[in-house]
Design a protein around this ligand. Sequence first.
Ligand SMILES: CCCC/N=C1\SC[C@@H]2[C@H](O)[C@H](O)[C@@H](O)CN12
Length: 608
Amino acid sequence: MGLPALGLLLAAALLRTEAALPARSFQIDFERDCFRKDGAPFRYVSGSVHYARVPRPAWRDRLLRLYMAGLNAVQVYVPWNYHEPQPGVYDFTGDRDVEAFLDLAAELGLLVILRPGPYICAEWEMGGLPAWLLWKADIILRSTDPAYLAAVDAWLHVLLPKVKPRLYQHGGNIISVQVENEYGSYYACDPSYLQHLLGTFRALLGPEVLLFTTDGAQVEELRCGTLQGLYATVDFGPDSNVTEAFGAQRHIEPRGPLVNSEYYTGWLDYWGGPHASTSATLVAQGLADMLQLGANVNMYMFHGGTNFAYWSGADFKGQYKPVTTSYDYDAPLSEAGDPTEKLFAIRTVISKYADLLDVLDVLSPSGPIQSQFPLIFETVKQAHGFMLYRTQLPRDILAPATLSAPPHSICDRGYVMLQKEYQGTLERDGQTELRVKGKAGDTLDVLLENMGRISFGANFSDFKGLLGNLSLDSRLLRKWLIYPLAIDAAIQQGWPHAALPKSSCRGRAGPAFYTGTFETPGIAWDTFVKFPGWSKGQLWINGFNLGRYWPHQGPQQTLFVPGSILRVGCPNNITVLELEGAPPNPFLLFLDQPLFNRTFNHSPMDKE
Ligand SMILES: CCCC/N=C1\SC[C@@H]2[C@H](O)[C@H](O)[C@@H](O)CN12
């Protein structure tokens, strides 16, 4: 029994990627004033989420929402006192399992900017420093006081060995590590203290990791907060002048990437004061201004969460000002993790300046395989589904050139994109040539679909992939990156399902993921889904792979949806990988009977 026809809004997440090169590196390019990840220019758009302010069961939800907002990194404080309640007594379990939080971020394709302090401020109790330091009443915190440094070094020798294997250079996702926090705002102004920390961080993390500092965007604050060997970054909010604020950073770092490590999306609350409120429009405009400059931005906070137990800190501005339990911060994700108008405004800005999703980090966690010529599925041990083949145009192709494959070498269909724009489809027994033009270095992608191996007949060692070399005007293309795609695993882990409310989207030509949700009308019976105006692709509902659809080819026009995979009383997640082109206003229909032949039943929908 099928469900009545349901319209379905879908949000698009396009197949976007960053070119990745084999060696894992994350460095500063002082010539090009940018970061480089694996040798390629890289800009992060990051958000602060403090695991200590979110119960562990909610970590995945919050990080997924950050990811689906288009951010590619998460900035993480490590509160020392959260993990060392007593001198020499450590706790990294449950909500304190910082390694689990970092690994979850990696699983979701997020890079990490780690801020282990030892002082972090953050309106956290004693700025993250353990209260037991004060058992020595005359201790001088955040200085070269031997009692303080002894406790700091003991703590860092416990924490940083947990960090090192997670550094990007070591195969992890931590791209940079901050030393101390706004030290330039502290009265002590003890450069030997920063020097000591630099020595300890280098000793425990190694020479490759990018170490940095953060200070208010004022020259006098940067004076004491910065140190040779630590890249100086600044923090400022939407009420600051972007040019002046980055001018302060340039005062210390005349070359290198512009970095705002704390772009204030809201603000903290004190007991007795008003709840902070910062205009979404103002925040979005400031973000756009910075992204326009090519700056790297971390939004503080993306999700504030809660100061549970006794963890809220205080400020002192002439008088003691305790901070409230809620760290909502008027952040894009509310204290309870709900998207706000500010999140949508930020997402819109990011979508204009950055690839909304860097999907290859998620879909191909094993990373690319570098090869002079294409490798087949069997060589890389990919059984089913899809692989992405990527190379760069070796020269300017100002007049259309012929991209061609040897006959029958496309096994089975290759969807070709140049600079992420769809060029057409290469076929096993059909079209093996396309006309393309572009500039040297443009990214050429071939998304290769395995349509199923021969199951009968003499020779059914039916190898899959690009079985021959592609050429451009008869000159072979070389230096390929090959990405085995683990799409089903990613979808079963919740990707790319929009953790944000549905938003309508325009269909586009070529490969793209479309995702959304739908409700069943109180029943979960067998049904059939129709794809009005779609071309060819793959469908998942609630992580179940329903198979290939190809209404453009027919004869089958619907896919069977077993009632057993549907949910009643809660949203059903749907993900579509459309390979050749979705209709301008993409939607799906659920019918109570199949359509096996190209003839339509003359419903008005069939005209779509
Ligand atoms: C003008 C800001 C001076 C104090 N710095 C603040 S108030 C809110 C934020 C957090 O405390 C954050 O931990 C600080 O690094 C920067 N900052």
